[in-house]
Design a protein. Structure first.
Length: 157
């Protein structure tokens, strides 16, 4: 565009891409570059993959979930849908090293009962995620088998 080579050239799209690529090559080998993610510190945590329960025995079970930021999993459980006489168990904070998953062990469960639970995450400033509810049957202490497995075995007869 300019006859004089000393005049600054305009930055074309092609030149911008060439310079951007060259700048990427200057980084030390193996160093990862990630875009900055700016989070609102007051934004409540979000449950990303639902809530799961398992390892149910006569008096205990495990509840776990994944969240989008470091937060503590709070699980409130009871034997009624209205959460009468509910208990609450809180996990250690979910960390990036653990893929932002957290788990709690529910202990002292009444044998042979249906457990209803509500899980939510609490951020560092007290912000709460939306609650996610679930339920599972607890094994009968005498048989050591859950209500669901006893129902299945009755159907097979």
């Amino acid at each position: 565009m300019h006859e004089d080579d000393s005049a600054p050239a305009s930055l074309t799209r092609r030149r911008f891409l060439e310079l951007s690529t060259a700048a990427g090559l200057v980084l030390p080998f193996g160093q990862e570059v990630r875009p900055a993610i700016i989070r609102d510190p007051k934004r409540p945590p979000v449950v990303t993959h639902g809530v799961m329960s398992g390892d149910v025995e006569a008096d205990r079970a495990v509840v776990w979930s994944r969240v989008d930021q470091p937060a503590r999993l709070k699980v409130r459980w009871a034997t009624t849908d209205r959460f009468e006489n509910a208990r609450t168990v809180v996990s250690l904070p979910a960390r990036a090293e653990d893929d932002l998953t957290a788990r709690v062990d529910l202990t002292g469960l009444p044998p042979g009962q249906r457990i209803v639970y509500e899980a939510r995450f609490e951020g560092s400033g007290g912000e709460l995620s939306e609650p996610v509810r679930g339920a599972f049957p607890v094994a009968n202490a005498a048989s050591g088998r859950s209500i669901a497995s006893r129902r299945r075995s009755r159907r097979r007869r």
